[in-house]
Design a protein around this ligand. Structure first.
Ligand SMILES: Cc1cc2nc3c(=O)[nH]c(=O)nc-3n(C[C@H](O)[C@H](O)[C@H](O)COP(=O)(O)OP(=O)(O)OC[C@H]3O[C@@H](n4cnc5c(N)ncnc54)[C@H](O)[C@@H]3O)c2cc1C
Length: 226
């Protein structure tokens, strides 16, 4: 039932009003939008966002909602490179009061069970964990978790949001695998594993988890394709 409910929510379309842009690091920005009261999502889910202030090719892209509903705004966070796509240029043009639209929320990358969890983020794959961790703090869920946040340039955003969190800011693949091993060794099949980032990074981590005998059913993936 919940699967159908989740799948049908793709047909829900919301108009969002741009509030402000926040610089998270040299190349990463968050875009904040106000939301109607009835728009809600499970922290970790994503939406399909459409540029509406001008016509562009590929005007719709998926982005994780990196805020929780109780923060009262929809936040998306993305990197803007030296030669951004037309979509990202259009995002950078937004002025307060301008609108975009969001379809969704969609996806099953959210908390379900109580068991201890390892959250593994590579680069911009940190976005769902900001929302999930905020939810754990806001709702006082008392969930045991550890966050491994990998970025090989030592650029880690949202540090302020993670100040009360068991987190390792990681810069090498060796250190990442070492920390994963320590967690799998301690929690064995009782652990849940959430992995988010680019397809290549997620596949590498998932293969490593499987080689540590972690069952597929205990691994949740959020692959940022596109
Ligand atoms: C479920 C889901 C959730 C997502 N959540 C987020 C999120 O929270 N934040 C976020 O930033 N993205 C997220 N994405 C990815 C997002 O939808 C875009 O695909 C991504 O940000 C790239 O944006 P862009 O195509 O506008 O290109 P830009 O990032 O502006 O890059 C410009 C061009 O460079 C090329 N390029 C960019 N990245 C690569 C690459 N890795 N390899 C090869 N070529 C590349 C492409 O040709 C692209 O057109 C998510 C995707 C999914 C499916």
């Amino acid at each position: 039932m919940s699967f159908f409910k989740d799948a049908l929510s793709i047909f829900k379309k919301s108009e969002l009003v741009f509030i402000e842009r926040v610089k998270e690091s040299e190349k990463v920005y968050s875009f904040l939008f106000s939301k109607d009261q009835d728009l809600t999502w499970k922290p970790g889910q994503h939406g399909l966002f459409t540029i509406t202030h001008k016509k562009i090719k590929n005007g719709t892209k998926p982005f994780t909602v990196s805020s929780t509903p109780s923060e009262g705004e929809v936040r998306i966070t993305t990197s803007i490179g030296d030669e951004p796509s037309e979509f990202k240029r259009a995002l950078m043009e937004l002025e307060p009061g301008m609108k975009i639209s969001m379809s969704g929320p969609v996806g099953s990358f959210y908390l379900k069970e109580d068991s201890p969890a390892l959250f593994i983020a590579t680069d911009i794959g940190i976005t769902p964990f900001r929302a999930i961790i905020k939810q754990i703090e806001e709702e006082n869920i008392g969930k045991q978790f550890k966050l491994l946040y990998f970025n090989n340039e030592n650029v880690h955003i949202y540090k302020e949001d993670f100040k009360n969190v068991d987190v390792d800011f990681i810069t090498t693949k060796e250190q990442l695998m070492h920390e994963i091993n320590a967690f799998t060794e301690k929690n064995k099949e009782n652990g849940q594993y959430f992995v988010a980032g680019s397809k290549e990074a997620v596949n590498t981590v998932v293969e490593h988890l499987k080689s540590n005998n972690i069952a597929k059913r205990n691994i949740k993936k959020d692959v940022f394709v596109g």
